[in-house]
Design a protein around this ligand. Sequence first.
Ligand code: FCB
Length: 458
Amino acid sequence: MTVPKLPDGFAWGVATASYQIEGAVAEDGRAPSIWDTFTHTPGRIADGRNGDVACDHYHRYAEDVALMADVGVTHYRFSLAWPRIQPTGVGPLNQAGIDFYARLVEALLARGIQPWVTLYHWDLPQALEDVGGWPSRDTAYRFADYAVATYERLKDRVASWTTLNEPWCSAFLGYGNGQHAPGVQDERKALHAAHHLLLGHGLAVSAMRAAGAADQQIGITLNLWPVTPVSDSPVDTDAVRRVDGINNRFFLDPVLRGSYPADVLDDVAKITDTDHIQSGDEQAIAAPVDFLGVNYYNPNYVRGGASRAAGGRAWIGCDDVEAVPQGFPVTDMGWEVEPDGLRRLLVRLHHDYPGLPIYVTENGMAARDTIDADGRVDDPDRIAYIDAHLRAGAQAIAEGVDLRGYFVWTLTDNFEWSWGFSKRFGLVYLDNETQERIPKTSAVWFASLARTNELPDG
Ligand code: FCB
């Protein structure tokens, strides 16, 4: 059997997010974000912790860049903290915030690692939430202003830009089921938030292009699922249509086809009319992008006709649909593992939204990693997970998908949102007390993969 090989030039990366790793929340002019407020509200975070210190990456970024070099990555995907760069979400940029990211970018470039910047990974300045947050249309304009001003300052050193990470989570977990900051439970607001996030994306892309992006690439990262019915009954078939509609097509279609899916607007008509979608918005959202970032962790198998929504209010307009576990192995998040789901998802994107390079911008697993008597952290399940998903990616390429790279979530164990520090996703183990970083077995394994592009058996 031939050894699966990823193409020459394939991007090998790790991905992180500002609030999950930086700490230094009150340093050098950074103002609070919605995540500072949320994590300091009792009862919101599973282990009661917060991101005040996190991985102390703000001070230890040079050590983290050295770790990345050891892991052999060619690319590093990280996000900029809006409240570090523009503390209240309006007005002049905070030079100290820009300087931090400039130092980070220069450290990466010095090691030959390409910076892959995300402008927004969920840490909205609290001051903007106080005047309405994403359910307010004005936030879209504020985002575009922040995006282009930041782009102007770093574009000479950063070639790859992503507007948003997972607007589904910002909108539907932030304002739908309230699991994420700002913790609002209001499906109408969640739908309005989704639109304003997408509008902010489109306005930002156009503004950045106008500011001169000839040799730069701009894209968006969406969290997407392959959605499969548990039977071919009409009820289950319609459940798939609705879940795929609100979770996938509601984001893909306006960005890549220039209009919201009509069936989904019908599904949610009982929650909101479309008055918040103004004439010209869909055209603005469809500003051409250079790539699509896809975050994939687990599949969805669904059935309709349930009495109560098992998916909670994050699956908006799908109240009688429930997710049906398939008996696949689960990670420490309780997420089912199905690598072939990634292949199916990529092939579907290739067919339904053709012509766009795709990067897997997040994939990885949480495990209960521990330090053994020799001081080592052995994580064979994570190696198996990443290996299997990369094989699925290689298979998708063989089926015609233009997959250009893969970013592991994540470099070091970090602050996993509403789960606090109770979930470990890193290739590198983090001792939360001492901040010591210990590369796991998977880090060593990944380095050889990134060097050879090959997935040898065993
Ligand atoms: C994604 C997020 C990322 C991380 C992983 C596990 O939804 O983008 O920040 O929390 O899940």
